[in-house]
Design a protein around this ligand. Structure first.
Ligand SMILES: [Zn+2]
Length: 280
């Protein structure tokens, strides 16, 4: 594993004390998604079968999109939320990786993240990664080396490049958001105003991985919560049952999902995207 310097992502604590206040000041920021291939997941496990609300869930293979979000800010430029897959998956479903834990993905031509960046003539300022699983981070391998990449503090410590592959290869630095210093915005808990103007937020949503984070884009068309893998599909949100597959701590993932659902109930104007389903 290459040496990587971990740096603190510097942010100013928000003065807002509620999401209602945040939503009073929407910003000139838009979000669009790219699909970098698909992955097969099992419905049983996407919904934790041991949860009382899960009912009798049958095995069912679901082929779901792998999503990346492009955030465009009028003044501050272009940002990525997650990196999806890189071109190495077009020819090889394992992306050139070996090992027992390597996942299988399907990627068409011109579906890799660098293609979208080039095609849309995006000049990236920064990449925020919800967590370090292949379908969310492998694309970093073909993205610019000279911009900051940001994860939540604790995520890199649990990262296993020797098992899953080194998506951060060649990066000299990785920035970490330290949520322990962040303002609590109920009911979600610690939230960080990433760009300092209330336009783009990181929300600590641990469980799927130790340092998983979700995002909120506070644009003129209304707020959008991007849950990332805190909910794989909208069914997690509708049933109130968190995933158990690929999940580091199932109980914690459920706690997190409960908070997200409470937030959506409190703020029905928020649109929501699940990690592996298009925005509704
Ligand atoms: Zn994941």
């Amino acid at each position: 594993m290459a040496d990587i310097r971990l740096k603190n992502y510097v942010y100013r604590k928000t003065k807002d004390s509620s999401w209602a206040e945040v939503f009073q000041n929407p910003c000139q920021v838009t979000v669009r998604n790219f699909q970098t291939g698909t992955v097969k997941i099992n419905r049983k496990g996407t919904l934790n079968p041991d949860h009382p609300l899960a009912g009798d869930i049958q095995e069912e293979e679901l082929e779901v999109p792998i999503l990346v979000y492009w955030v465009h800010h009028e003044e501050k430029g272009d940002f990525l939320l997650d990196a999806g897959l890189d071109a190495s998956y077009i020819m090889d479903p394992h992306g050139g990786l070996e090992g027992w834990a390597v996942d299988e993905f399907k990627l068409g031509e011109h579906e890799n993240i660098a293609y979208y960046i080039q095609y849309n003539d995006i000049k990236l300022e920064m990449g925020f990664l919800s967590h370090l699983h292949a379908d969310h981070a492998a694309g970093v391998r073909e993205l610019p080396r000279d911009i900051p990449y940001v994860v939540s503090k604790g995520e890199y410590d649990a990262y296993q490049p020797e098992v899953h592959g080194d998506f951060l290869e060649g990066l000299e630095e990785l920035y970490e958001v330290d949520f322990s210093r962040a303002t609590e915005l109920p009911p979600l808990g610690p939230c960080v105003d990433l760009l300092g103007d209330g336009s783009l937020w990181a929300i600590s949503t641990p469980g799927h991985t130790p340092g998983h984070m979700s995002f909120l884009v506070n644009g003129m068309d209304g707020p959008i919560l991007l849950a990332m893998d805190a909910a794989f599909t909208h069914e997690n949100l509708e049933r109130g049952v968190a995933p158990s597959d690929y999940t580091w701590d199932v109980e914690m993932a459920q706690d997190t999902l409960d908070k997200v659902i409470e937030f959506l109930r409190e703020y029905p104007q928020v649109r929501v995207g699940a990690g592996h389903e298009y925005l509704k």
